[in-house]
Design a protein around this ligand. Structure first.
Ligand SMILES: C[S@@+](CC[C@H](N)C(=O)[O-])C[C@H]1O[C@@H](n2cnc3c(N)ncnc32)[C@H](O)[C@@H]1O
Length: 278
């Protein structure tokens, strides 16, 4: 059975998934504070069973497993084999017994009904071909009244953290395809009314969508440059146009350097912290 997510399954198992897996420490450094904001909204309790949707390399699943100890479990679910391999190795290395992982598409995975107290995601829910069907499926896995909390990006205009590298390199690269509002991708949930409508259609209640603004970064200038050149739309563009890499490096380094301070490169990000109940 296919949920129409074949393109995303290919994307997260090839260049993008391998890059995220290889850069796990840097990606975790930049996204950890935003995941913790969503985890605080979820308020996991000892003994609970929590689902981590699109768990990637597992940092949040391990954090959730620790938050629900003793007696609780955190299940990370993802379509990306390379990222899940990193997640499983970390759980074993860190001895986090309450964490486990499933390779599956959240839109169609046959969750045992009512098997989770809460569902969480850090940027793992914006890639579904049919978001209402995916959230209805996730809701079936929650017990009645079960909690949902996730963090997703607000619009590109509010997110220099996401757009600055590409903007700095744009004149040096062939034009990319025009963005399609709402298409699966990092900004698919930028419109809060669309998020509300998707969750309502999926049967969720008590929906709250709160803005969260925070400067984030992945380390010093060289570390940030490495991530910027490999991840997201610029990373994809450079994988397709490797001959442009030399020219792009200088432009992106210069743009990032303007945001360098004593704590490394920090750039403004804008997200929604979304909460709801099944
Ligand atoms: C932007 S990454 C975030 C990864 C991780 N949550 C983190 O914060 O580091 C998006 C993740 O969602 C996963 N994903 C995309 N579509 C999915 C689907 N239909 N079911 C499960 N996971 C999915 C991807 O494989 C990827 O790991």
């Amino acid at each position: 059975m296919s949920g129409g997510n074949d393109d995303q399954i290919a994307y997260w198992n090839a260049g993008a998934g391998e890059t995220w897996a290889a850069l796990q420490a840097r990606m975790d450094a930049q996204l950890e504070p935003l995941g913790l904001a969503a985890q605080t909204a979820l308020a996991p309790q000892a003994g609970e069973r929590v689902l981590d949707v699109g768990c990637g390399s597992g940092q949040t699943t391990l954090a959730l497993a620790r938050a629900v100890a003793p007696g609780g479990t955190a299940t990370g679910l993802d379509i990306s084999r390379p990222m899940l391999e990193v997640a499983k190795a970390r759980a074993a290395a860190e001895g986090v017994a309450g964490a486990s992982f499933i390779e599956a598409d959240a839109q169609i995975h046959p969750f045992a009904p009512g098997s989770f107290d809460a569902a969480f995601s850090r940027f793992g829910v914006m890639f579904f071909a049919d978001p209402a069907a995916a959230f209805a499926n996730i809701r079936k896995g929650l017990k009645p009244g079960g909690r949902l909390a996730f963090v997703c990006w607000r619009a590109p205009d509010h997110n220099p953290f996401m757009t600055l590298p590409m903007a700095a390199a744009a004149d040096l690269l062939p034009p990319g395809p025009p963005p399609t509002p709402g298409a699966p991708g990092p900004f698919a949930f930028a419109d809060p009314e669309r998020v509300r409508s998707i969750l309502t259609d999926a049967g969720f209640q008590d929906i709250a969508i709160a803005p969260h603004d925070e400067k984030i970064g992945s380390g010093d200038l060289d570390q940030t440059l490495e991530v910027s050149l490999k991840v997201g739309p610029l990373g994809a563009m450079l994988r397709e146009n490797p001959d442009k890499r030399g020219a792009v490096i200088g432009a992106v380094r210069k743009a990032l350097a303007e945001h360098e301070g004593p704590d490394g490169v920090k750039i403004a990000s804008a997200t929604w912290i979304v909460t709801a109940r099944a």
